[in-house]
Every structure is written in structure tokens, then in C-alpha cells.
Write a protein that binds this ligand. Structure first.
Ligand SMILES: Cc1ncc(COP(=O)(O)O)c(C=O)c1O
Length: 850
């Protein structure tokens, strides 16, 4: 029998269907992983490999942007802060959860995350009457988990190793007794989502079972059970759905997912469990306040800030964004990666375990708990020892050395998982101690003691592994270790081939997903009707405001501006509908950089030259900019336009916002105009963001806002602008003031929605509310100003004015204009419109409480 006749692609397809990602895999590998040429890399469990495009994108990001220390407050620091926050969202999104449910604490790796839990868990030692905490762990855990014992043991906490079969063997089906629930003693149960030794996946449902006291050991010990799910080995080739798994602590390392960055991991903490963690040490960035000369320290309220001591590895965190992007771009996501990698592992398992020496003896002893039928219970890992024709084990060092000769990179030893190694290789505790006496230490090359193995061989697959990698590995085993002529156990082969789970035409598996990892649920929130469907606003032409003196000092609304795209130019209208978040379509879109960070004029003054115009007649947003053709974005539901609906979470003024990507065409348009990669995002119709500081008199009324910085509406008065203009004109002999700023330019710089006339300068500061036409508003505070008003909205040039004059005339206070919140109408379904020329009726506040 010839090798090429056995390990064929045809034979692969008889064993597993899905392969690759719907394009030419070798071409992608040549482009992205050229360095793998001639190498069969099969240690993705150790670390996977990064694609070149990921590093190039990261490099471009670094050379395009200045990332300052996130603890400072300058512009470059804000950029870092916002980008890091965006990455946190991206991490949560990847695991199908949200900041409402989980927090990401960045660490230097999975081990550091485990250590963080070990050192902050509220262990209690047994004392009179109280049983004390238990630290329980599956024996199939990585050393870094078992090592928690070193911390808990010092505190007198009982450690309880549990073998995998014990957990389900001792399940309790009835609810726990109330007295058991009453005990508040905290216990920790740790298990791996996937064994780093055998690739076995443990059911995600264990977490709930332990937390509710139904599974051993929780069913025997009263108290509050918290669960740590070590996801380090799983996340490289499988998704993890944290809606399915209720574990409290989930540590990961990012190099296992992307190959880069190294030295960065995270602890995902369920928010409900975060409060239980205690902290002794406090480092830079973690304190809300502390005293150097007194024992006084108050931690920051946010969980991540409290636990991220010192400056996090922020550039590495930023590179995680490029990791996710590359992964998605090259594979389409974790479901496909899991299918692809599992197929390779399954094929290798079926072939290797059916391979026989000429005398009919098996060539390998594979260490696994299942027959690789189902990717929800087995990862892309194959662990084995090679056997000679007499059944004797060939030491792993021997296999490793020969593999190196053939440029095959595998992992050997006991993989920092002594528990699994002992079970699979049948090594007793005494033998481990005896082996140490005999000179064998973890990780060395003493692979056999008295002919018995001290470890094994592990091959593991990554998303860029190929069928040819399996072929090379299997051929290597046959060529180097099999007595010829080799044979295949045909009976076994036929049986295993049949054991494949049902896979439908799009590659989804049968619903046997005991590990719950395969299918992310569709986010049905996406299907909520979009805002536009409720509008009946009318489009009108640009209006040149009349001078106030022409209005005989009556108090009226003179201008309505909407800013459909945050930080871009205004679109002026004479009449416009009031929506639930402010003026309809105001700040509904925003431009984000390649990392999903919202761009503003502070960083990109040229955004002011981007002119959006809403046409309700054609249901479209038309965008123009100097030197660019008009581009049109439909106003309606993006889903209807077959756009990707890719959602993104970003920060706007410290708030999390959910947006939907408006597609590649408009992204290219903005990228070309701004000269850097960016995208247009639209606020997700069903995402509710409330005002941070709702006015006290807002009562229980709605305070939802769009992508604005602070409030639904911003109002300025012409009288105040005129006063400021006079100030500036009076300083024109100052060489720092290049020229007068016209009234119109000045109004444009304040980027208000509503401009009123007929009032006294700065009178609006004392209003508590007002009515415009029939629409009532509450004042939500004065608008604090920054260097943004120094940007000329036409040219993008920055000037010191009007901030300087504003600061002078207000004795350092730089507020200008007031925020408004619309008051709900008695008949909430009535559609309200605001019109230029409508009378305004201000209400004076009783006290100066701003
Ligand atoms: C299951 C498991 N847990 C923990 C770790 C430790 O991860 P790190 O070395 O990245 O801290 C590993 C590393 O391989 C692992 O596979």
C-alpha cells in the first residue's frame, strides 16, 4: 500500500466535510504565512501564528497615530483610552457578551489572570462553626490553575482535586436545601473549557450546575460557589459563548487566538461576581483617591480600573483589534475556524488510530475520551505516543528529534498538565515522585523511565493549518516509526468514518452542542424598526438668517441646524421633526477610525468640511466634501440595503454606543477624503443611550440621546454671540487675532441646534426651561466649551478665538449656550416639528444652580 493512495484529500472528505474558508487556502497561506514554507507547524496549542496583514495593519496604525499614556488627558492619551475601550467591547463581542454582563481586565496573560483571581478571591479558612472555603479544581487543569492552591493553601483553605467523571457522577437533581444556600462562604471551582492535554471540551453547563449546587462538589458543600472557566486552550480554534456559560471568571491569553501580541491576556469577569473580589495592592491608575501620608485609599469604581495596576500594555491592547480584524477577514469567524481545525484533527485521529505495523500492532496510542465525532466535545488537538511493533512506547524525545529533522514542529512532554498526564499514561502520584528522584523534571527529555512514558506527543491545529500538514505528519509517522508494509485497520476505519455528526449545507452541526460553542444566537435586537420609518419631516432649503434687529426683538427661533454626521458640517433647515433623541437624524452617524474610535474635529478638523444633507423625499443622506463626488447613504434600515450589518461598540464622550457599519463604499469615500482608513457608522436603532446628567426637573421622562456629546439639543442666543463678537473685535489690535470672525462663522463654531433671538446676552444661563412653539424643553445645563470652538468650520484652521475672549468675559468660566431635553408631550404619539420663526417662551430658574 502506498502512502499517496491512503492519505488523499478524497479520504479526508470521507471523514469530514467542511474545509477552508471558501477561497484558495494555499494562496492565502503564501501571502500571509510565507514564513511557514517548508515547515509543518503543528503546535497551535502552544501558540498560533499571526498573519502578515495583521502586523502590517498594526504597524500602519502605529505610524499613523500618536498613542499617549492612557492615564493622561491630552488628545493622544484620549485616543489611546478610546481605542483601548473599543478593544474591550470587541473582546466582549467576540464572546457574545456585553459590558452590562462582563468586564474585561487586561493582564499579562492567562496565568496572570488566574493569579489575580487567586490573590483577590475572598477565601475564608475553617474556624469554629464555619466550614471555610474550598478551592476545587478538575485534575485535567493546567498548572497555572492548580497553582491557585499555593495562595489558598497559605490561608488555610481546603483544596479539593476532582476528577472529571466525579462531577457528573455525583449530580444532584433536586434543588438544594435552603440552609445550604444561606451560607455565604465563598468556594471556587475551576475547570478548563478545553483540556490543553487531550483537547477534550468540558460542558459549559458545568458552570451553572456548580453555581446552583447541583453538581459535585458544590452539591455537598454549602456556600456560594463561583466558577472559573479556563478558556486559554479553547479560544484559539473555537468560539466561546458567554450567554451559554455562566462562569464568573474566564482567563485567556491573546497569543493563543492571534499569535500576536504575546504577553497580553485578560480576565473576563461576570459583573455580578466582580464585587466579591478583594484587592490588597493598589497601583497607579487604580485609585479614585489616596493619601501618601495616611492609610487612606479609595479604589476607582470601574472594575477594570481597580484591577489593572499601573499602565496597561496599551499598544498591545490596540493590536488586539487588528487580531480580530485579521481573524474575521481571513476566516469569517470562529464557527468556520472550529469546523476547519476540527476536521484536520478528526482526520489525523481516524488515520493514526487505524494505522498498524506489518504485524497488526497499532502504531500509536491516542489519548482521548471520545472518538472525535463532534467538535462540541473535542478540540483540534491530538495527543498520543508512538508504539513500536512490540507495543513498547517510543519516547517522545525521539519523536520530537525526528520530527525536527522533517521540519515538523510539535509539542512533547506533559504540557503543564500533570493531572491529565497521570490519568492517560497511568502514572501514580508515587511514580511522579520516584521519577523526580530518578532525575526527571517537568519539560526535560527523559521521556521513558523503566520503559514507561513520562509524557507524550501533542499535535494541534490552527486556522491556517491545511490538509497537507496532516499528510506530512501522517507520512512522517509511517516513514519513521511503522514496520513495513504498514496496514490500516479497515474495520475501525469504516466504523470511525460513520461516526461523523450531521453537518448541514452551510456547515452547521447537529444540535448536540453539549459544549454550546457553535452557534451564536442571532441578535434579534437588530430587527427593531429603524427610526426613519416613523418620520414625516419635510426637507427645506438652506436658510440665511435675518439679522436680529429686523425682528423687532421678539423672542423667536431663528435657526435650526442638524448635524447628521457627528463632527461634520451642519445642515440647516427651516422646519424639522423632533425625534425621540433630539432633532430627527441629528448625530445619527459618526466617522470612526480603523480601530472603531469615533473621530471628532478635535483630531480631524477637516471633518467640518464634510457636508451632509438629508433628503426625506429620496430617503437618503447625501454627503459632499471639497474635491469629492456626492455619495449617498440610504436613511432606512441598513438590513434592507443588504449591507453587512456589522455592529461596533465605541465610546462617545465616555459612553458606550452601539453602531452599525454603513458599508465599504462610503468607508472608502471617507478614507479617501480624510487620507486615512475610516468608516461611517450609524447609531443602532434599538440602542438606548441615556444622558449622563439629566436635569433634576426631567422627572421620569425619557432622556435618550443620539451620538451627541451631552444632550438632545444645544441652544445659543444671537445676543450672546453678538456680545462675544464685539469682545473679539475689540481685541483686533492683538496680533494673536488674525481677523474678525463674522457672526455667521461664530454661530457655526458653536455647533448649536437652535439659535434664538430677542433675548439679552447670556440671559439663557438663567433659564430652567422654555417652550418653542408648542414644544416644551427642560434645560439640562450649560454647555462647557473647549478648543473645538477655535476650529473654523469652513477651512478647518484653528484659532485661539473665541475661546480666549469667552474665557475673559466670563472670568475663566467657559460655558456658552444651554443643553435642552424635550419634555414628553401629553399625547406622546403626536409628531412635533420645530419651525424657524416660532415664538419662544423662556422660564426663569429660581436659583443659579449650575
Ligand atoms: C488551558 C491552559 N491554561 C492556562 C495556560 C497558561 O497560559 P499562559 O501561559 O498564556 O499564561 C495555558 C497555556 O498553554 C493553557 O493551555
Amino acid at each position: 500500500m502506498e502512502l499517496q493512495d491512503i492519505f488523499t484529500f478524497q479520504s479526508f472528505h470521507e471523514i469530514w466535510g467542511p474545509y477552508g474558508y471558501g477561497y484558495d487556502l494555499p494562496e492565502m497561506i503564501e501571502k500571509e504565512f510565507g514564513r511557514m514554507k517548508g515547515i509543518t507547524y503543528l503546535d497551535h496549542g502552544g501558540t498560533t501564528l499571526f498573519p502578515e496583514s495583521q502586523i502590517k495593519a498594526f504597524y500602519q496604525d502605529l505610524t499613523r497615530n500618536i498613542y499617549g499614556n492612557p492615564h493622561s488627558h491630552n488628545l493622544s492619551s484620549r485616543l489611546t483610552h478610546d481605542t483601548v475601550e473599543h478593544v474591550r467591547y470587541r473582546v466582549l463581542e467576540h464572546f457574545n457578551t456585553s459590558p452590562e454582563e462582563h468586564t474585561v481586565i487586561f493582564t499579562s496573560g492567562c496565568t496572570a489572570a488566574l493569579k489575580l483571581v487567586a490573590e483577590s478571591f475572598p477565601w475564608s479558612s475553617a474556624c469554629t462553626g464555619e466550614p471555610g472555603s474550598h478551592f476545587c479544581y478538575l485534575t485535567d487543569n493546567h498548572t497555572s490553575v492548580v497553582g491557585i492552591r499555593g495562595v489558598s493553601g497559605q490561608l488555610g483553605v481546603t483544596s479539593l482535586p476532582v476528577s472529571p467523571h466525579e462531577v457528573e457522577a455525583r449530580a444532584r437533581h433536586s434543588p438544594r436545601a435552603t440552609s445550604a444556600i444561606d451560607s455565604q462562604t465563598a468556594h471556587l471551582f475551576c475547570y478548563p473549557a478545553q483540556s490543553n492535554f487531550s483537547g477534550r471540551k468540558y460542558p459549559l453547563s458545568y458552570a451553572r450546575g456548580i453555581q446552583t449546587g447541583r453538581l459535585y462538589p458544590a452539591c455537598e458543600r454549602p456556600g456560594r460557589w463561583l466558577v472559573l472557566l479556563d478558556a486559554a486552550a479553547l479560544v484559539g480554534s473555537s468560539g466561546l459563548d458567554l450567554q451559554e456559560n455562566t462562569a464568573d471568571f474566564i482567563p485567556i491569553s491573546f497569543y493563543k487566538m492571534f499569535g500576536f501580541p504575546t504577553g497580553l491576556g485578560a480576565l473576563l469577569v461576570r459583573n455580578e461576581a466582580a464585587a466579591i473580589l478583594r484587592k490588597g495592592y493598589f497601583g497607579g491608575g487604580t485609585a479614585a483617591a489616596y493619601l501618601a501620608g495616611e492609610d487612606y485609599f479609595v479604589p476607582k469604581s470601574s472594575v477594570s480600573s481597580r484591577f489593572e495596576d499601573g499602565t496597561i500594555s496599551f499598544l498591545d491592547v490596540i493590536s488586539v483589534h487588528h487580531g480580530f480584524e485579521a481573524l474575521q477577514r481571513l476566516t469569517g469567524g470562529m464557527v468556520r475556524i472550529q469546523q476547519h481545525t476540527f476536521g484536520l484533527a478528526r482526520y489525523s485521529y481516524v488515520m493514526l488510530s487505524s494505522l498498524l505495523h506489518s504485524n497488526g500492532q497499532p502504531v500509536a496510542h491516542v489519548y482521548c475520551d471520545n472518538e472525535f465525532q463532534d467538535p462540541s466535545s473535542q478540540g483540534a488537538v491530538l495527543n498520543f505516543n508512538v508504539l513500536d511493533g512490540h507495543g513498547g512506547v517510543v519516547g517522545y524525545s525521539q519523536v520530537d528529534k525526528l520530527a525536527s529533522l522533517f521540519n515538523i514542529h510539535i509539542r512533547t512532554g506533559c504540557f503543564c498538565n500533570t493531572g491529565a498526564c497521570q490519568v492517560f499514561l497511568g502514572i501514580s502520584n508515587q511514580e511522579v515522585k520516584d521519577n523526580l528522584e530518578a532525575g526527571h523534571v517537568c519539560g526535560d527529555s527523559i521521556d521513558l523511565v523503566d520503559g514507561r512514558p513520562t509524557g507524550s506527543v501533542r499535535v494541534s491545529f490552527g486556522y491556517m493549518s491545511t490538509f497537507e500538514d496532516c499528510q506530512k505528519f501522517l507520512s512522517f509517522i509511517v516513514n519513521c516509526f511503522t514496520d513495513k508494509p504498514f496496514r490500516m485497520d479497515e474495520e475501525r476505519l469504516a466504523r470511525l468514518k460513520l461516526a461523523v455528526p450531521f453537518v448541514d449545507s452551510v456547515g452547521h452541526f447537529s444540535p448536540s452542542a453539549s459544549n454550546g460553542q457553535l452557534e451564536h444566537k442571532t441578535d434579534h435586537r437588530d430587527t427593531a424598526p429603524s427610526l426613519i420609518s416613523s418620520t414625516n419631516g419635510r426637507e427645506i432649503r438652506i436658510h440665511t438668517p435675518k439679522r436680529p434687529e429686523e425682528r423687532n426683538n421678539t423672542q423667536i427661533l431663528t435657526n435650526i441646524f442638524i448635524y447628521p454626521i457627528k463632527s461634520c458640517a451642519a445642515f440647516e433647515v427651516r422646519e424639522w421633526s423632533v425625534g425621540p433623541l433630539g432633532l430627527l437624524h441629528d448625530r445619527t452617524w459618526m466617522v470612526v477610525n480603523e480601530n472603531g474610535v469615533c473621530l471628532s474635529q478635535k483630531r480631524e478638523p477637516t471633518l467640518g468640511q464634510v457636508q451632509p444633507r438629508i433628503s426625506l423625499a429620496s430617503n437618503a443622506l447625501h454627503i459632499t466634501a471639497p474635491g469629492m463626488n456626492v455619495i449617498t447613504v440610504p436613511l432606512g434600515d441598513l438590513k434592507e440595503q443588504n449591507l453587512s450589518q456589522r455592529t461596533c461598540q465605541s465610546k462617545v464622550c465616555g459612553d458606550r454606543v452601539q453602531t452599525v457599519d454603513c458599508g465599504d463604499e462610503v468607508a472608502s469615500w471617507f478614507s479617501e477624503f480624510l487620507g486615512k482608513p475610516c468608516r461611517l457608522m450609524k447609531q443602532k436603532p434599538d440602542f438606548i443611550r441615556n444622558m449622563k446628567k439629566a436635569p433634576e426637573n426631567a422627572g421620569d421622562g425619557p432622556t435618550a440621546v443620539s451620538l451627541v456629546n451631552e444632550a438632545q439639543y444645544l441652544l445659543i442666543s444671537r445676543a450672546s454671540v453678538e456680545m462675544l463678537q464685539e469682545r473679539i473685535s475689540g481685541r483686533l489690535d492683538d496680533p494673536s487675532i488674525p481677523q474678525a470672525i463674522s457672526m455667521q462663522q461664530l454661530i457655526a463654531r458653536f455647533r448649536a441646534n437652535l439659535v434664538v433671538t430677542g433675548t439679552n446676552p447670556l440671559e439663557e444661563d438663567d433659564w430652567s426651561g422654555l417652550t418653542i412653539g408648542n414644544t416644551g424643553f427642560r434645560v439640562a445645563g450649560r454647555c462647557g466649551r473647549c478648543q473645538m470652538i477655535g476650529i473654523d468650520q469652513e477651512s478647518g484652521a484653528r484659532t485661539q478665538e473665541p475661546l480666549k475672549s469667552l474665557s475673559d468675559c466670563r472670568q475663566g468660566k467657559v460655558t456658552f449656550g444651554i443643553y435642552l431635553l424635550q419634555q414628553p408631550m401629553a399625547n406622546s404619539s403626536a409628531i412635533t416639528t420645530l419651525s424657524v420663526g416660532s415664538p419662544i417662551a423662556p422660564e426663569l430658574s429660581k436659583s443659579d444652580d449650575y
